[in-house]
Design a protein around this ligand. Structure first.
Ligand code: IMP
Length: 205
């Protein structure tokens, strides 16, 4: 029998690379190793629901354990929108979306914001022990990571992606001003990955 491996359910090479950095040494495979998978409609009302949809669809498609994540930014002044709609907040580029978010919050004095990520893994043994903070949902094991910060008034920093240039940490730096390792140490995705890591190492390590 071949050694167990974990398929990262994303067609996005950047995300796969990020998970390889966050979970070093684990046997991660790519969906690109399988026939093309039909697109998953991410219509759940929350991050966990969408992560579970993606993980389950990839597990059904590949027959192997699959990890998916869903993430986004939530802004206090917008009743914690755009949330699950972060990637589709407005059409166009990441830059268009962050400019739109700055415009929508131009008059807001409450600038609290947070990034959230939920990781869901489908296809694990039913009796897999849950690490602290993890939960089961629709046949998946899930973990969540959150990082709190504030929206800046203008973009700063050249690294990262998405809304990183307008998301400032308590020390004042935006997440686009952090080196990759520093970002992983504090980021929502890093926190969610570290929460599920002990279980993954037990099964795939
Ligand atoms: P998804 O998780 O691929 O559905 O996309 C989430 C969206 O949220 C991305 O397209 C980004 O716009 C935003 N986002 C998620 N995580 C980050 C991050 O670490 N930095 C900046 N933007 C992020």
């Amino acid at each position: 029998m071949s050694a167990p491996r974990l398929v990262v359910a994303t067609g996005n090479a950047h995300k796969l690379g990020e998970f390889r950095q966050l979970l070093p040494g684990l046997p991660l495979a790519s969906l690109a190793d399988f026939p093309p998978m039909p697109e998953v409609i991410e219509d759940a009302p929350d991050f966990a629901g969408n992560a579970v949809l993606k993980a389950r669809a990839a597990h059904a498609h590949t027959g192997e354990p699959c990890l998916a994540d869903d993430s986004g930014i939530e802004v206090a002044a917008l009743d914690w929108a755009p949330g699950v709609r972060s990637a589709r907040y407005v059409e166009g580029s990441d830059r268009d979306r962050l400019e739109a978010l700055l415009a929508a919050t131009a008059d807001a004095t409450d600038r609290r914001a947070r990034f959230t990520a939920v990781i869901a893994v489908a296809g694990l043994p039913d009796d897999a022990p849950l690490p602290p903070g993890a939960w089961r949902q629709d046949g998946c094991v899930c973990t969540r990571g959150v990082v709190e910060g504030e929206l800046t008034r203008a973009p700063r920093g050249a690294d990262g992606f998405g809304y990183d240039p307008i998301f400032a940490l308590p020390d004042g730096r935006t997440t686009a001003e952090l080196a990759t390792d520093e970002k992983h140490a504090v980021s929502h995705r890093g926190r969610a990955a570290r929460a599920i890591e002990p279980l993954l190492r037990q099964i795939f390590g």
